[in-house]
Design a protein around this ligand. Structure first.
Ligand code: ARG
Length: 465
């Protein structure tokens, strides 16, 4: 990037300026260092605007053709990496317009008729965010697919279910995988909702008040894939809700990724040994040869920090701004770019980890039986078979758990005699409900952990994605 601090006033508005900006002014004012990422969207927007100006009779067809051809060439330069970005030209909009002037001469100056950088940047940024919403949707569908594969393969594999990270009740691996399907499917629908709401075109709002030229905002909206033009020009140039909604949905999604990462970190530890993460997503240690560190999971766990930080950053920028545009809003882009990059990377890494991880079925099964995990099944049996009130059943079961604990054995290892010493009406049939398989198989309520329910849910989501 050249910093040709031209000693003359800015060519775009030099009319009323005698002096060039101070070097520090140029530095704080310039956004080209980051908003060059909007180049493709800026060109799309300008193409649509120029075509509309032509069809409305505001520009002649030869002028429109010259502008379009110039913009095509600029697009090619940007793709080839040969475009001469200049900081003195401040931002992507003026860089492209100045280059267009170099290519086609003064006709380039007609492109900005009935338009301002205020509606231009709002349009470009919306198009960019909309593209990312589509990318995130695809990435989430891939991640959900990886979870469905895991759920179908392990629909009946038994594992411990936790509350407070203490053994609670046995669940199935498939059920646990499907919990994440629900979470990431909600994320998808949040991004989709945001897309519907944001899809109104700011283009033609001009600086803030609209324009006296007979423009056709429906035409540019349609050309750019928007559902309609934004209905209030003040709102159109000052609205950044679409970026904030993207960051909110991204923050919630990143929170899900972080919780999942935490489970993978715990599960892949030697102490738990519930899953093996693939070599592709782990690293070794330069000093401890035995180590397989879950770095990718740890980084996915951490990304939520910058993504949520980006949301707070943009909300803070916007919170006190009067209508309509203020230059503060130039600070909207970097947080969104950073969050979108971080989320995209985390989703890809997580999809790879989930796809390749191998549950350790023996270990999960053994762990599922620890900690008297079928105590609730015993209490439920007392309710069902002996017609005991649940609170009494809870008490009896508590005494039996205490007895088993004192003897250092599992619940199902107590003898019938032991059980009857606490509750004389217990029969041998109770042992049928004390295994982890019978426990999970019995939980057939809608949304429950029984393998048949898990398979139904997996099939439902399969048909939906
Ligand atoms: N680079 C500016 C931004 O990102 C473009 C809009 C400038 N508008 C203005 N009135 N100075 O916000």
């Amino acid at each position: 990037m050249t910093s040709d601090s031209t000693k003359t006033a800015n060519s775009m508005w030099g009319g009323r300026f005698a002096m060039a900006p101070d070097a520090i002014m140029e530095e704080i004012n310039a956004s080209i260092g980051f908003d060059q990422r909007l180049a493709a969207q800026d060109i799309r927007g300008s193409m649509a605007h120029a075509a509309m100006l032509g069809s409305a009779g505001i520009l002649t067809q030869p002028d429109v053709d010259a502008i379009s051809q110039g913009l095509d060439e600029i697009q090619a330069e940007i793709e080839a990496g040969t475009f001469p970005f200049s900081r003195a030209l401040e931002d992507i909009h003026m860089n492209i317009e100045a280059r267009l002037r170099e290519k086609i001469g003064d006709v380039a100056g007609r492109l900005h008729t009935a338009r301002s950088r205020n509606d231009q940047v709002a349009t470009d940024f919306k198009l960019w965010v909309r593209d990312r919403l589509d990318d995130v949707d695809t990435a989430l569908a891939g991640l959900i697919g990886a979870f469905l594969d895991q759920a179908e393969r392990g629909a009946d594999a038994v594992m411990p279910g936790f509350t407070h990270l203490q053994t609670a009740q046995p669940v199935t691996w498939g059920h646990h995988m499907m919990a994440y399907v629900e979470m990431f499917a909600r994320d998808r629908s949040r991004f989709a909702d945001a897309r519907v709401r944001m899809n109104e075109s700011p283009l033609g709002a001009a600086a803030l008040a609209g324009t006296g030229f007979p423009i056709d905002r429906e035409m540019t909206a349609k050309a750019l894939g928007f559902d309609r033009p934004a209905a209030n020009s003040l709102d159109a140039v000052s609205d950044r809700d679409f970026a904030i909604e993207f960051l909110s949905a991204a923050s919630i999604c990143a929170t899900h990724l972080s919780r999942l990462s935490e489970e993978l970190v715990i599960w892949s530890s030697a102490q738990f040994n519930f899953v093996r993460l693939s070599d592709k997503f782990t690293t070794g240690s330069s000093i401890m040869p035995q180590k397989r560190n879950p770095d990718a999971a740890e980084l996915c766990r951490a990304k939520v920090g910058r993504i949520m930080g980006s949301m707070v950053s943009l909300l803070t920028v916007m919170k006190g701004l009067p209508l309509a545009y203020s230059k503060d809003m130039q600070e909207d882009k970097e947080p969104v770019f950073d969050a979108a990059d971080s989320l995209g990377l985390a989703l890809s890494a997580m999809t790879g980890m989930v796809r390749d991880m191998e549950p350790n079925r023996e270990r999960l099964h053994a762990a599922a039986g620890h900690g008297f995990s079928t105590a609730t099944d015993l209490a439920d049996w007392l309710v069902r078979e002996l017609n005991m009130p649940f609170r009494d059943a809870h008490h009896v079961t508590g005494s039996l758990v205490k007895m088993a604990e004192d003897k250092g054995v599992a619940l199902e290892a107590l003898s019938l005699e032991d059980m009857r010493s606490v509750e004389p009406s217990i029969t041998a049939a109770v042992f049928d409900v004390l295994s982890v398989e019978s426990s999970t198989r019995s939980r057939t309520s809608y949304g429950g952990t029984a393998p048949e329910r898990v398979r139904e849910q997996a099939a439902r989501w399969r048909s939906e994605i």
